[in-house]
Write a protein that binds this ligand. Structure first.
Ligand code: SF4
Length: 295
């Protein structure tokens, strides 16, 4: 695959855009303190995406699934480019590969599963995080449980973003997805079978952090089973870059309520979202590629 690199102004985040004749994909590399302290790579599993989240820069355009080779190649290329490929696995204190840049892993499961197996062989210290909206497919979910039992480095995150199904259906219009109660039940099963807690990803947008949202979420999801990831909303519009930073204080305030209630929470560092579109759903370059490849 051809690729080009965009470097964030803070010099700790890089976006890699991969292209072939018939596809575009992107991966984002984050460095925390140093590459050997913590390295995170978010990679794509599809070119475009059929899920159609309203905040997402794919514009619901789906080009094709990526092959397992194309998924693995993103990780290898990023590490090779930074001269890390030989020793990152042994020397990095926290190495994380996340299937969350572009595409829905459950809709390309066979290739994602093959990529997980290859990546685990190559980089056996790396955590491998699956980030999904929770497609309503029992067969695939069972396979996720199976591989999560075999490979202890596999983690699971559900993107929920809203505290009730009506609002969530508007934001994530894909029909064949689990509702919040089914996500809860699936999360409990995954936790029971693996002994690890799934994460719930929640982008705080200023309208989904009310007292009622807190009540809804804490009633459905128990802190015994679930951890929360709170994130800013990424702007799909390149002309609204600064929007990514607007809600940091609101997010902190909201997450503190969950902390006080006994949840394990983390906040996604928004590095690179203001200048190179480093966050999930931004995909600025992808949008341009799609426009220029319209038939
Ligand atoms: S946010 Fe992720 S799942 Fe939603 S449409 Fe974009 S790429 Fe697909």
């Amino acid at each position: 695959m051809n690729y080009k690199i965009f470097t964030g102004s803070t010099n700790n985040v890089w976006k890699y855009v991969f292209t072939k004749e018939d596809m575009v994909a992107e991966a984002v590399l984050y460095q925390y303190q140093s590459f050997y302290k913590r390295t995170v790579i978010c990679c794509s599993v599809m070119s475009g995406c059929p899920v159609g989240c309203t905040f997402c820069g794919t514009g619901a355009k789906f080009i094709r699934n990526l092959t397992s080779d194309e998924i693995v190649e993103q990780i290898d290329t990023v590490l090779r480019d930074k001269n890390l490929i030989k020793d990152i696995n042994d020397k990095c204190e926290k190495l994380q590969f996340m299937f969350m840049s572009m595409g829905e892993p459950m809709l390309n499961w066979d290739e994602v599963e093959k990529a997980i197996i290859v990546l685990n062989k190559k980089y056996d210290q790396a955590e491998l995080l699956l980030s999904t909206i929770g497609c309503d497919n029992d067969e695939v979910f069972k396979k996720i449980i199976d591989i999560s039992k075999k490979i202890k480095k596999v983690g699971l995150q559900f993107s929920i973003h809203k505290s009730n199904d009506e609002a969530r259906n508007k934001l994530i219009p894909f029909h064949k997805k689990m509702n919040l109660e089914k996500i809860r039940d699936a999360g409990i099963i995954w936790w029971t079978k693996t002994g690890r807690k799934p994460f719930l990803n929640y982008c705080v947008d200023g309208a989904n952090n009310t007292k009622q949202d807190f009540i809804n979420l804490t009633q459905i999801f128990s802190p015994v089973v679930f951890n929360f990831t709170f994130s800013v909303v990424c702007s799909k519009d390149e002309n609204m870059k600064e929007a990514a930073f607007r809600n940091l204080d609101i997010i902190k305030e909201f997450q503190d309520k969950f902390l006080a209630k006994g949840y394990n929470v983390r906040m996604f560092d928004p590095a690179g979202q203001d200048d190179i579109g480093g966050g999930c759903g931004q995909l600025w370059y992808v949008q341009n590629w799609l426009k220029s490849h319209q038939k």
